[in-house]
Design a protein around this ligand. Structure first.
Ligand SMILES: Cc1ncc(COP(=O)(O)O)c(C=O)c1O
Length: 460
């Protein structure tokens, strides 16, 4: 029998205006201070009800997770010492732990002994730095140093092209904007039925543009945001080698699943990538922000390095993680990740990762023969996109129906789902991130979707 679903909202139903009223006292900066006890009461009454409960089975929309117990423990210690992990002089223990953690992660994921990593503030910044490194390599091919000359060093910057999937995360757009390449430098590749980059079409695109464009970077995704699909790294890595392009893998969401034995094959060839981004602040429940950028050769980070006279000095022999990315004040991100992995042990970590994958797979198997649900892809990871199509429902109103259902569910706040577009059609999307999201909880969402579809009134 199906379990009764949780009737408590995941978050208050307050409107933005009502919420602003509740929260206003927090920003009423007065000459006199408040006791921590008073602040605590204010927080419990006015703030906590408005925060989203990522730990509930009904939270099925985004990649957020409550902190894992071991991660929370480490994060509290990092917070109480507020270490700035830039160089040896400012936090010897923080620096050494970060260096050891990066090396150990490279080994855990099967990267080459020459690989290295750095903690970053978010996947968006990891992706941006990767693209900058790729551009550096292209500049070196053209015989100049990008750090010195900038974009004007390129003979014809309008030739510079990044290939990526039409389903890539929008952080790639931020990256090309911030680097001065502009969105026109992006060439979006078509995807196959499973929403992975269509490798044959990719080859054709390269042939088509090779005389007019320089493809200096191919940006693939290991777990796309919309469908969780994993682009095929192995054949794409071979193409990148042939054309001399940098291969970046955006594994912000999906890369963690390469640790799960039955899913590992999806990631084959990823070790050939020049760089890879991964966000432990997603399904692993490491406190936000926690992202990593990996590079195949540690020397690549040299392209980021800026020495200064007061610290991060060239002659200092000790490690300086701050030489691998721009911020000079960096959080102690490694601690929460290592306390989480050590506290759980890898067996539990893998079980935690596997659970939502299985839940989504069961959901897919349950729905695949249902005529009122159109499944948009076969799930590679923990996401399923679908459209509800009631019997003889007019095609032209299908987008409105999906939107209606989404709005209703999000207003009720007993569960959350998401709405996105695939090939310009509105689709509903469920995500399983925490082990709390079981196949039963997902099936309850489907029942809810069906009930709402029945109550929808067609336009006259
Ligand atoms: C595939 C992918 N890449 C990049 C990002 C951006 O990461 P962040 O939100 O940490 O900036 C996301 C965020 O969801 C993502 O799903």
């Amino acid at each position: 029998m199906m379990k009764k679903h949780n009737k408590n909202p995941l978050c208050s139903k307050a409107s933005p205006e009502e919420m602003a009223v509740d929260l206003k006292p927090f920003v009423d900066f007065q000459d006199e201070g408040l006791s921590l006890e008073t602040l605590n009461k204010m927080i419990e009454k006015c703030l906590i009800p408005h925060l989203m409960r990522y730990d509930q089975p009904g939270f099925q929309s985004m990649f957020n997770a409550f902190p894992e117990e071991g991660a929370e423990f480490g994060a509290k210690i990092a917070l109480s010492y507020n270490q700035g992990v830039t160089n040896w002089q400012v936090s010897p223990g923080g620096v050494m732990l970060e260096e050891l953690c990066c090396k150990a992660l490279c080994q855990l994921f099967g990267f080459s002994p020459n690989a290295d990593a750095t903690f970053m503030a978010s996947g968006t910044y990891s992706n941006q730095e990767a693209l900058y490194l790729a551009l550096h390599k292209q500049a070196e091919k053209e015989g100049f140093n990008l750090a010195e000359k900038g974009m004007k060093g390129f003979k014809d910057p309008s030739r510079l092209t990044v290939l990526t999937s039409c389903d890539a995360h929008f952080s790639i757009k931020h990256a090309v904007r911030m680097l001065g390449l502009g969105e026109e430098s992006l060439r979006f590749l078509a995807v196959d039925d499973n929403r992975r980059i269509d490798v044959n079409l990719m080859k054709e695109t390269i042939k088509e543009i090779q005389d007019s464009k320089d493809v200096f970077c191919v940006f693939i995704t290991a777990g796309t945001t919309s469908t969780g699909s994993v682009d095929s790294a192995l054949p794409i890595a071979k193409i990148c080698q042939e054309i001399g392009a940098w291969l970046h893998v955006d594994g912000a969401y999906g890369f963690a699943y390469s640790l799960v034995p039955k899913w590992k094959h999806l990631f084959s060839g990823i070790e050939l990538a020049d760089s890879l981004c991964w966000n432990p602040h997603k399904q692993l429940g490491i406190p936000i922000p926690n992202s990593l950028l990996f590079v195949r050769q540690w020397e690549y980070f040299g392209r980021m390095t800026l020495y200064s006279d007061y610290f991060n000095r060239r002659e200092d022999p000790e490690p300086s993680p701050g030489l691998k990315s721009p911020p000079s004040t960096r959080p102690f991100s490694a601690l929460a990740l290592v306390t989480s992995l050590r506290h759980q042990g890898m067996i539990k970590v893998i079980q935690r990762l596997r659970a939502p994958l299985i839940a989504i797979k069961i959901l897919y198997d349950n729905l695949r023969n249902d005529s009122d649900i159109e499944l948009c892809h076969q799930p590679d990871t923990g996401i399923l996109c679908f459209r509800i199509i009631p019997d003889s429902f007019p095609e032209k109103e299908l987008d409105k129906l999906q939107r209606y259902i989404y709005d209703k569910i999000m207003t009720e706040r007993e569960r959350t789902i998401s709405l996105t577009k695939l090939d310009d059609k509105a689709v509903l999307r469920v995500v399983a991130i925490s082990p709390a999201v079981t196949s039963e909880a997902l099936m309850e969402t489907i029942s809810n979707v069906r009930a709402l579809a029945r109550e929808y009134k067609l336009e006259k």
